[in-house]
Design a protein around this ligand. Structure first.
Ligand code: GLU
Length: 431
């Protein structure tokens, strides 16, 4: 009997899983940067780990009267440059390693756009699609109740992310303020406007990404008007990405998708009509005057700009060589694996890496905090102008590094960001 067969198969499977573990990926990306920067081993090692992480569990009363225990995490990755900052995801596949990776990427994100914040992230293992509004509210409140004494405006500031909304932020804010007995709008961002949200926060992630695409097209000499784009994922980032791609850059959106599948129309889709269709039916699929397309096919369409706007690990060594988008604008966090990065770079696909491309969200979150602290609120034009300035200069800094060091844009973004975080750690005397 061949006893090694199944063992080898299991080992191979584990190695594959390991290759796609987001935190391992985040560490590998970082290691490449710290080696290039020739940071001393202590600094490099300190940057590889979250400074603090919390595992939280909490019972919630469900609509049928039973109690269900939910599990969640908050990772405070690094606060050398300022309070930890980053969203809270509600997702059935959440793990401590996805949250660690996302918290690390937040640390590089706030550094690359040079705002005085660190990085953190939270996640609750749950499926909002299967929960009632009341259950969603109770999960939001209970989770934040557990966190209420470990976050505050100068320590750690959460925000929305996948499947969390301004309404969820409102419940969380209320829970915090009840626990502390005073108002503290700066404890969470992405709030609804009447509770101290910022104008321009709703579409900020996509808008910031669109500004970086505009800058990329300039340096690459690509005329974007009338060209095509495809959007994978149709949540906040994907929907606004599609809408603003048309409005700001004059590009035609020919295909979009969500977790249930995609749609295509070579003559162009109307992003707003697609949004309304999704609102009514729960998905973009089966929309009138469109043909179906799978998520995999969408990623390989021959378009000028591809927006991966959903989850991690959708561009891997398996499909990278077939990706045709000239500009890959990563509105999602972690859509491309390190192996795929090498292939895309070699093939001349220009990647605007996630923590640069989607930094508009946290940048306007920072503006929201500033407004909360002043208790004085800006007009939307002011928000857009300040966001434009931040994104344009962050893109220029990364592009300059990419040219000078002849490395792909993700590594260039790491070099800029990691240097800044390492400097802050050194100034504090941590390393
Ligand atoms: N969740 C968003 C991100 O991944 C926004 C975070 C924030 O505003 O703090 O960048």
């Amino acid at each position: 009997m061949n006893a090694t067969g199944p063992v080898e198969a299991a080992e191979k499977q584990l190695a594959e899983l390991d290759k796609l573990n987001p935190f391992k990926i985040a560490q590998r990306q970082l290691d490449e940067a710290t080696a290039r920067l020739e940071l001393n081993p202590g600094t490099a090692d300190a940057l590889r780990w979250p400074m603090r992480e919390m595992h939280l569990s909490f019972p919630v009363k469900m609509d049928d009267g039973t109690f269900k225990v939910f599990h969640g995490y908050r990772v405070q990755y690094n606060d050398a440059r300022g309070p930890c900052k980053g969203g809270i995801r509600f997702h059935p596949d959440e793990t401590i390693d996805t949250v660690r990776a996302l918290a690390a990427w937040m640390t590089w994100k706030t550094a690359v756009v040079d705002i005085p914040l660190g990085g953190g992230k939270g996640g609750v293992i749950c499926n909002p699609k299967e929960m009632s509004e009341g259950e969603l509210e109770r999960v939001s409140r209970s989770f934040f109740g557990r966190l209420a004494h470990f976050v505050n405006p100068v320590r750690d500031v959460p925000a929305p992310d996948v499947y969390t909304t301004p309404q969820v932020m409102a419940w969380m804010l209320d829970e915090f303020e009840k626990a502390h007995g005073h108002k503290a709008p700066g404890v969470i961002t992405g709030k609804p406007l009447p509770l101290g949200g910022s104008k321009g926060r709703g579409d900020a992630t996509a808008r910031g990404g669109i500004y970086t695409v505009r800058e990329a097209a300039k340096v690459l000499g690509i005329e974007l008007k009338g060209k095509t784009c495809a959007v994978q994922g149709y949540g906040n980032a994907g929907y606004f990405g599609a809408k603003l791609a048309e409005e700001i850059l004059g590009r035609k959106v020919i295909a979009v998708s969500d977790s249930r599948g995609g749609i295509i129309n070579k003559d162009g889709l109307d992003p707003e009509a697609v949004f309304q269709h999704k609102r009514k039916t729960g998905s973009v699929i089966n929309m009138q005057n469109t043909a179906p397309v799978t998520n995999e096919e969408l990623l390989e369409l021959d378009v000028t700009v591809l927006f991966p706007s959903a989850l991690e690990n959708v561009i891997t060594d398996e499909n990278a060589a077939r990706i045709k988008g000239k500009i890959i604008a990563e509105l999602a966090n972690g859509p491309t694996t390190p192996e795929a990065d090498v292939i895309l770079y070699k093939n001349g696909n220009f990647v605007i890496p996630d923590f640069l491309c989607n930094a508009g969200g946290v940048t306007v979150s920072y503006f929201e905090q500033v407004q909360n602290a002043y208790n004085y609120y800006w007009e939307v034009e002011e928000v857009h102008e300040k966001l434009n300035t931040k994104m344009t200069s962050a893109f220029a800094g990364v592009y300059d590094m990419h040219k000078r060091h002849e490395v792909h844009m993700r590594l260039a973004a790491y070099l800029v960001a990691v240097q800044r975080v390492a400097e802050a750690m050194k100034l504090r005397g941590w390393v």
